[in-house]
Unconditional design. Structure first.
Length: 490
């Protein structure tokens, strides 16, 4: 069964590990992305050079922004990039296609460069500027945008990195000379230029390898959640006493006055923090300074997160798929309707998770990993070798479902995965399926609910009884609780 880069290109996992590359899935994106801070914080000169090149390009963009960019063609040329889907990382639940960097990102960045990067190249508080700053201002730039932009700006390095490995370790028949667009920027011509590479080639496209030591999961090291969560300590670290007092005074004024019986809610506190940061963006510089002073922390956390992804989505998935083949005949299912096929696969998953140690997928060091996204990706990876279409439905204004399994326009089944611990589970079960079915022109749907202990099981069964759907065959409960053998897991 072929799932990973090493499977498709006949290279050993040891060769990839020795080279430092991540062994990604070529069936579905994995939830990793490149964090530009890991380039800045690295001791490797080639990574530091990449970070310098990112800042050089930002300096170019800032100069053009200050001159005033009125031509939409320039914004398109300098800011708008396709997602580098060939690295197989990101947030796609099906395949490896993402949205990339469109006009919204281009407009947000081009109009805000002078605000976000006001001290670019002239930093007094921080050691350097950082692309991630754009995600700390409320200008519509998120972590996925930062990741896509970073990947595009270092694409020449990534392609060269891949080509070097490919020529040494991969059979020539599995390689192809490819002309890639927008590889490097010519500052004289002020345009992005193409370049040719010899690359691994499959599914009518090339593949890009990525060094594992520049990858992370969940959030950039510099991120808005940390900024808001550590707000008080950041403000206290500001050396200018007058500024520090002004910030604290402004923050207190933005907080609604608490009463004897009512304290400030977390939402009110967060809104006051955001208002204060908008008024005093200097806070961001002191936050980044704090982050810069803990480079080793950034590297250690990213390493831990990458190992977590490898543990769940490579080592355990490989064992899981192997058990599906050896113990259940999972891939020999004779398909009938999309509903029958999808339901059989869910029930096989239930059997393997509950009875064949598949529950181990959801634990790291005996601690449960409760993420609906993990279950969704696991389910997608098990649809290899099927002639059914497995897609994530587009959001049609009524929300999007996790997956739509179809065979032709008249045979479609919707699948939703939920955790029993989800606070909105009852609301979802009560209304969402009916809305989704109507919006997607189908009356077939399956709900899969994952629970980890008896209290969660009781909560789910109570909810199902209250909604009078406790005997529905299309609602599947899966027990991911640790079995007795779990004490032996390391």
């Amino acid at each position: 069964m072929k799932i990973y880069f090493s499977d498709f290109f006949n290279v050993s996992i040891d060769q990839l590990e020795k080279y430092g590359a991540f062994n990604m899935s070529l069936i579905n994106d994995l939830p990793l992305f490149i964090d530009p801070f890991l380039l800045f914080g690295s001791k490797k000169s080639e990574y530091q050079k990449l970070h310098d090149e990112i800042l050089k390009y930002l300096t170019f963009l800032k100069s053009k922004s200050e001159e005033g960019i009125k031509d939409k063609a320039q914004i398109k040329s300098w800011y708008i990039f396709s997602e580098v889907k060939q690295n197989w990382f990101g947030y796609s639940k099906v395949g490896n296609s993402g949205s990339g960097l469109g006009e919204k990102f281009g407009s947000a960045m081009s109009s805000s460069m002078h605000i976000v990067f006001d001290d670019l190249g002239k930093e007094k508080v921080t050691q350097s500027s950082h692309l991630e700053k754009a995600g700390l201002f409320e200008i519509g730039v998120g972590k996925d945008n930062i990741s896509d932009f970073t990947t595009n700006l270092i694409k020449d390095f990534l392609l060269t990195y891949t080509e070097t490995f490919a020529k040494k370790h991969i059979e020539t028949s599995l390689l192809k000379i490819v002309k890639v667009d927008k590889v490097y920027f010519d500052y004289k011509l002020e345009r992005w230029m193409p370049k040719e590479f010899t690359l691994p080639y499959i599914f009518d496209d090339y593949v890009i390898l990525t060094p594992r030591d520049i990858l992370t999961k969940d959030d950039n090291w510099i991120n808005g959640n940390d900024l808001r969560g550590d707000f008080s300590r950041i403000c206290n670290s500001i050396q200018n006493e007058q500024l520090r007092h002004q910030i604290q005074n402004y923050f207190q004024k933005k907080l609604p006055k608490p009463t004897k019986n009512k304290k400030n809610t977390q939402r009110e506190i967060t809104e006051a923090i955001q208002a204060t940061i908008r008024q005093y963006p200097e806070i961001i510089k002191w936050y980044i300074k704090k982050k810069e002073e803990n480079k080793e922390g950034a590297k250690n956390i990213s390493k831990q997160r990458v190992e977590e992804v490898e543990d769940i989505f490579i080592r355990k998935i490989s064992l899981f798929v192997g058990s599906l083949i050896d113990k259940t005949g999972f891939y020999k299912i004779s398909p009938h309707s999309s509903y029958d096929e999808a339901l059989k696969r869910v029930n096989f998953l239930k059997q393997v998770i509950e009875n064949n140690d598949g529950y181990r997928l959801f634990y790291i060091n005996n601690n449960p990993i409760k993420r609906e996204e993990d279950l969704q990706i696991i389910y997608r990876l098990t649809w290899y070798a099927s002639d059914f279409d497995v897609n994530r439905e587009t959001n049609n204004g009524r929300g999007s479902v996790d997956y739509a399994i179809s065979k032709g326009s008249k045979d479609k089944t919707l699948i939703e995965f939920k955790l029993a611990s989800n606070s909105k589970l009852k609301q979802n079960l009560k209304k969402q399926v009916e809305i989704y079915e109507k919006a997607n022109n189908t009356n077939s749907s399956i709900k899969v609910i994952l629970y980890f202990d008896n209290s969660e099981f009781r909560k789910v069964t109570k909810t199902l009884k209250e909604l009078k759907i406790d005997n529905k065959p299309n609602i599947i409960l899966i027990d991911a609780g640790q079995k007795k053998s779990a004490s032996n897991e390391k």
